[in-house]
Design a protein around this ligand. Structure first.
Ligand SMILES: [Zn+2]
Length: 334
């Protein structure tokens, strides 16, 4: 990395904090992950992630002189007009932190804040499962469900508080409650915790079927998490099949609508649940296709994320590089 431009990347606002440093090819070369303390609020998380990034840069010769920009990936909505985090459902206190001022003061370079799923979409488009496609829709099925749309190598960004909120499309109006206040959102049925919640919801509707299932026997020993449901489904349990098919049917409704609206060439599925089983994507492919308008059915493929754990920081590095280049271009015109 000697001599070339550097970009610093962050992932925050979720269960983990990650920082990475990229060179002029925009690929993350080194990264560090910091576990969040269980009671940590945003100000503590900021301190931890800044300290980790300073340690990371301390091993790189002339790092501060070569640093050009910072990409800040946030696990919640961002307010683009003020370039700041807006709301995180998993960690409080982001309204008490001035992310851009704090990072600019420490590192002396421009900072660009963006939602984590949009950055994941950007990373997959450039270096992952979206290479070669002109348009890509990324969906994460993890603790929550989020989406991002990339066209021609750039995030399609037009809403002040974002766009592509596939997680909060209502697909079952009388379904389980969602953290956003609605009922039956994709996130309430198809995230990791959502799948577990759906299992409880369906167990109450079909108690005999539940009681006779292997899944219910295994649930006496360990809590019903999405991993257990997917494992039981793969092992052939009839109740797990009901839960997984119900969840993927609802997700297929939202994804087919996404295809009809945006016609992405590629749909990339990420997140812990989304990448837990190849069979899950086979099932999703099978269910989405008949719901898409016939003349778009051959226009897209659904594939698994390739970048996995590093996807958000990788996207943050690409964004930092793109925005820094645009700023230079704008300056040269003035
Ligand atoms: Zn919701």
């Amino acid at each position: 990395m000697s001599g070339e431009s550097l970009f610093l990347a962050f992932e925050t606002g979720g269960s983990k904090l990650v920082t990475g440093v990229a060179g002029s090819d925009r690929r993350i070369r080194r990264s560090a992950t910091v576990r969040r303390g269980p009671s940590d609020r945003a100000p503590q998380s900021m301190r931890r992630i800044i300290a980790a990034s300073e340690r990371l840069l301390s091993d790189v010769p002339d790092a501060i002189q070569r640093l050009k920009a910072i990409g800040f990936g946030f696990g919640g909505t961002v307010r683009r007009s003020s370039n700041s985090p807006h709301l995180c459902l998993h960690e409080e206190g982001w309204d008490e932190v001035d992310v851009v001022s704090e990072l600019t003061r420490r590192f002396g370079v421009p900072v660009f804040v963006e939602n984590d799923c949009k950055l994941a979409a950007l990373a997959e488009a450039h270096f992952g499962a979206g290479r070669g496609a002109r348009s890509l829709f990324y969906i994460t099925l993890g603790t929550g469900v989020g989406g991002g749309y990339v066209l021609g190598g750039e995030i399609v960004a037009f809403g002040d508080l974002g766009e592509a909120e596939i997680g909060h499309i209502v697909v079952e109006p009388d379904g389980p409650e969602c953290c956003c206040g609605s009922r039956g959102c994709v996130e309430a049925l198809c995230s990791g915790p959502g799948l577990a919640k759906l299992c409880g919801f369906l167990a109450r509707r079909h108690p005999e079927e539940w009681e006779s299932s292997d899944l219910s026997a295994r649930a006496r020993e360990s809590p019903v998490m999405s991993e257990l449901i997917v494992q039981s489904w793969e092992a052939g349990d009839h109740f797990a099949l009901r839960v997984v098919e119900h969840s993927m049917d609802r997700l297929a409704t939202a994804l087919a609508a996404t295809v009809n609206l945006l016609v992405p060439e590629r749909i990339v599925v990420g997140g812990g649940l989304g990448t837990s089983s190849a069979r899950l994507l086979d099932l999703l492919n099978e269910r989405v296709e008949p719901l898409v308008v016939p003349y778009f059915r051959d226009s897209f493929t659904i594939v698994a994320s390739q970048l996995r754990e590093s996807v958000v920081t990788q996207g943050a590095a690409i964004l930092a590089s793109q925005r820094a280049a645009r700023a230079r271009h704008d300056d040269s015109k003035e």
